[in-house]
Write a protein that binds this ligand. Structure first.
Ligand code: DQA
Length: 150
């Protein structure tokens, strides 16, 4: 079985998880989410994760653009950039054929302010998981591995 390399990307303010509006985003930190994802990857077998967070749009665009040939799939929570960044959306589109992406949101953005209802990034992704707080990342990992292994 080929080892799958999955890139996990987190956008602006997700470094504050745990203390940031916990009633919306839950109390898990990015570190505890990473721990849960790594445990899941180990259980699945043959899955390696590389996890990043940045508050800079350009970092996300650069990481996505460099994924082709280096990663089999992407799990991304673009955070506020979901609703604003044509740059991140274009980057996902640019690699979608070779590096499929799953979009994750901790909150159910459709149940929030109208500006959060529209995702510019979702059309380039194979699917979206939202509303399950930190556990959504583990669900996304399972879904992406299943998609890649068929
Ligand atoms: C978020 C939802 C976005 O609207 C928001 O800007 C975030 C987090 C989520 O995971 O629920 O920063 O992507």
């Amino acid at each position: 079985m080929k080892t799958l390399k999955i890139l996990v990307l987190n956008g602006p303010n997700l470094n504050l998880l745990g203390t940031r509006e916990p009633e919306i985003y839950g109390t898990e930190t990015l570190a505890s989410i990473a721990k849960d994802m790594n445990a899941c990857a180990e259980k699945l077998g043959g899955v390696e994760l590389e996890i990043h967070q940045s508050n800079a749009e350009s970092d996300l665009i650069t990481w996505i653009g460099a994924a082709k040939g280096n990663f089999d799939g992407i799990i991304i929570n673009p955070a506020a950039l979901t609703h604003t960044s044509l740059g991140v959306a274009d980057a996902i589109k640019a690699v979608e054929k070779s590096v499929p992406a799953v979009e994750v949101h901790l909150s159910n953005t459709h149940a929030r302010e109208e500006i959060r209802h529209k995702s510019l990034t979702a059309p380039g992704c194979i699917g979206q998981i939202m509303g399950f707080k930190g556990h959504g990342y583990v669900l996304a990992l399972k879904a992406l591995v299943k998609y890649l292994r068929g």
